[in-house]
Design a protein around this ligand. Structure first.
Ligand code: HEC
Ligand code: HEC
Length: 159
């Protein structure tokens, strides 16, 4: 019975020794190189925080889906996050929950409008099977301010 757990114990004992050896080496190394800059933190996959100021999207939206959606808006409008989101008061990064940029409130109206176009009109006027969806990019085409469509002038021959 004990024979099964024994190698495990030995192994974890070895790990402990190895870990302390590594930290000793690390301490020695840092003691020898006093001017070495601090090592950059290891790249951990950023966990998106829970949103706190949603008025159009469902409040319980998965933070990662929200992030995807935001990347979609940016691409469809050809802008960066900072086009709608104000800078953080700390001067580092953006304050995503802030409502101080007018573009953010315009975007909220645009989101409701796009949702209405799809649910009230597209879904009711086009074939039920896989109706096409109107998205920001349908109008914006990669621009924050979509160009006005200019009706091609039709010239009459001999006039
Ligand atoms: C076209 C404007 C626009 C762009 C571009 C945009 N966002 Fe947003 N974002 C919004 C709006 C509008 C909301 C609020 C939605 C609501 O009220 O339901 C929001 C909400 C958020 C939130 C939730 C904040 C909170 O705590 O309530 C995060 C996080 C966020 N955006 C991140 C991003 C990131 C990251 C990018 C760039 C990749 C980005 N956004 C680009 C308009 C935009
Ligand atoms: C039915 C067409 C249409 C759709 C769909 C649409 N927009 Fe717009 N949007 C416009 C028009 C037109 C303007 C005004 C552009 C101008 O000022 O010249 C505009 C303006 C905006 C602006 C303000 C730009 C500025 O700098 O003043 C934002 C932000 C915006 N839209 C975001 C969105 C987002 C996000 C979506 C998708 C959720 C969306 N729009 C979907 C037509 C549309």
């Amino acid at each position: 019975m004990n024979s099964l757990s024994r190698p495990r114990k030995l192994y974890s004992c070895f790990l402990l020794i190895a870990a302390s050896a590594v930290s000793t080496i690390a301490t020695l190394a840092s003691a020898q190189t006093p001017v070495a800059p601090p090592a950059p933190p290891p790249h951990v996959h950023h966990q998106n925080p829970k949103p706190v100021n949603l008025h159009v999207l469902p409040k319980d939206i998965d933070p990662n889906s929200l992030h995807e959606l935001m990347h979609g808006y940016s691409a469809q409008l050809g802008v960066q996050c900072a086009y709608c989101h104000a800078p953080s008061p700390t001067g580092k990064g953006l304050d995503f929950a802030s409502d101080s940029k007018p573009e953010k409130s315009t975007a909220r109206h645009m989101m409701s409008m796009t949702e209405d176009i799809n649910s009230k009109y597209i879904a009711k006027s086009l074939p039920a099977e896989a109706p096409p969806q109107v998205a920001c990019g349908t109008c914006h085409r990669g621009n924050a301010k979509p160009d006005a469509f200019v009706t091609p002038s039709h010239e009459h021959d001999g006039h």
